[in-house]
Design a binder for this molecule. Structure first.
Ligand code: ADP
Ligand code: ZN
Length: 435
């Protein structure tokens, strides 16, 4: 099923014609309404009329997170406050939060894009959606909520936290779908088990997880724990919020990007050079329909890859691969690039471990050190000598990390339930080098 058949299956040529028309309009508009863009375009020697084809966008300068910070809180808005009906702010995981605004039409667009995502996940108005994304300034909760209502599904606005109560609601209301971060899904699974609830016998059949990087191995783990099909959803507040891209249930491989509303490019994060579709690099988005907060060539810092091949589901919009991590989350350990999600993939593949881990990076003298703390499961000790079992396990993980990622790590196995649990976005890495 496709929510907006006409726009989601537009032949590429028609899609690109629409994109070009919309791009011309937005570039004109920001030039005339946002001081930042007028200055940036003038400084780069480009004018809105320079957009003759989609490729001309490359001549235009990037917008960065720092630009948004410099214009905090409302300096990047392209519409007067009187036409803004909603404000959100990013969680500020990497510094001062950035503020975004929406006109009524922006909210409508966002709701539709989220409704498309739900339908791509196989949901209909007959589904009941347990929405455990945080409500508030974070875009997750309200973004998913409006999309669920637009679809006509029944939404439970549970938000994040209060995990025991969530388990009760899951049992009593019997929602068929759940939205939350993958780390919170694990937290729910664990809490349910502790309460003696068979999580697999719940009515949940679809999980829509995103807002933080996760691995394919984690998908398998969550599906086994919760007895549902897990799908990946991507978004960021600067570009809209959740619903920028979503996997389809037919393929569950790569997330379709709402390309009638966003243009996407891939660049080399080090040089800013544009890369051909399919290459791994940093994703750069341009919003082509937003009224309140349009962004031109916004550098997301998210590392992924576009999948231009047609998809079985019939949608013509390009897909983006799983986000490996943000370029600023990438750990460079003695010269080797490592993303936390790659460490996660190794850990989830090792038997006898819980999917709860922490990564601690430090520098001793001139040498970077990487320590991985991971919880062991109770089962590990079922047959025998504790110390020996632990030592062998540690050795095996050290070897796997070295084999798969090419770095030496120190591995510390810790007691079950001793690491901090996530209620929203998990914090997996402590980088003590920055302190
Ligand atoms: P903040 O930047 O403060 O965390 P956002 O809530 O806007 O604020 O977070 C957006 C970011 O979350 C994205 O840029 C990306 O790094 C991450 N993210 C969102 N969805 C996914 C996903 N499905 N996989 C990996 N990372 C994701
Ligand atoms: Zn598809």
């Amino acid at each position: 099923m496709i929510y907006n058949e006409e726009f989601e299956t537009l032949p590429r040529e028609a899609l690109e014609a629409l994109q070009l028309k919309r791009l011309k309009q937005v570039v004109q508009r920001v030039y005339h309404t946002v001081g930042f863009y007028r200055k940036a375009f003038d400084a780069a020697g480009v004018q809105p009329d320079d957009i003759k084809s989609l490729g001309d966008l490359k001549k235009f300068p990037f917008t960065t997170k720092q630009d948004l910070r410099d214009n905090y809180p409302f300096g990047m808005f392209a519409a007067p406050m009187s036409s803004i009906v909603r404000l959100h702010a990013s969680s500020g995981t990497t510094g001062r939060s950035t503020v975004v605004g929406y006109t009524k039409r922006d909210i409508d667009t966002w709701s539709e894009l989220m409704a498309r995502c739900f339908v791509a996940a196989g949901l209909t108005k007959n589904d009941m959606i347990h929405n455990a994304y945080g409500y508030g300034l974070f875009t997750g909760g309200l973004g998913a909520h409006y999309g669920a209502e637009k679809l006509g599904a029944s939404v439970i606005p549970i938000s994040g936290g209060n995990t025991k109560r969530q388990i009760m609601i899951l049992q009593d209301f019997g929602p068929t779908a759940i939205c939350c971060t993958p780390s919170y899904a694990l937290n729910l699974a664990e809490q349910g088990k502790a309460m003696g609830v068979d999580m697999k016998s719940l009515k949940l059949r679809i999980g829509i997880f995103g807002a933080e990087p996760w691995s394919e191995a984690m998908r398998t783990e969550i599906e086994a724990l919760l007895g549902l099909k897990a799908l990946n959803i991507y978004g960021l507040s600067e570009i809209m919020g959740p619903g920028v891209a979503m996997e389809c249930i037919e393929e569950r491989h790569g997330m379709h990007i709402g390309e009638d509303h966003f243009l996407v490019e891939t660049i080399d994060p080090a040089t800013g050079e544009a890369l051909p579709p399919g290459s791994e690099g940093e994703l750069v988005f341009t919003t082509i329909t937003k009224e309140a907060f349009p962004l031109i060539r916004y550098r997301t810092r998210d590392i992924s890859r576009l999948i231009p091949e047609p998809c079985r589901c019939g949608r013509t919009h390009y897909r983006m691969d799983r986000v490996m991590g943000r370029s600023d989350d990438m750990l460079i350990i003695r010269g080797v690039n490592v993303f936390p999600s790659q460490i996660e993939a190794v850990l989830v593949g090792v038997e006898g471990l819980e999917p709860h881990y922490q990564i601690i990076v430090d520098r001793i003298g001139n040498l970077d050190t990487l320590e991985v703390q991971v919880e062991v499961s109770e089962k590990l000790f079922e047959n025998g000598d504790e110390v020996k079992v632990l030592q062998n396990k540690e050795r095996q993980i050290v070897k796997d990390i070295k084999d798969y990622l090419g770095v030496s790590a120190k591995v510390k196995l810790v007691e079950p339930r001793s690491l901090q649990r996530s209620e929203g976005k998990a914090t997996r890495v402590q980088d003590k080098r920055k302190l």
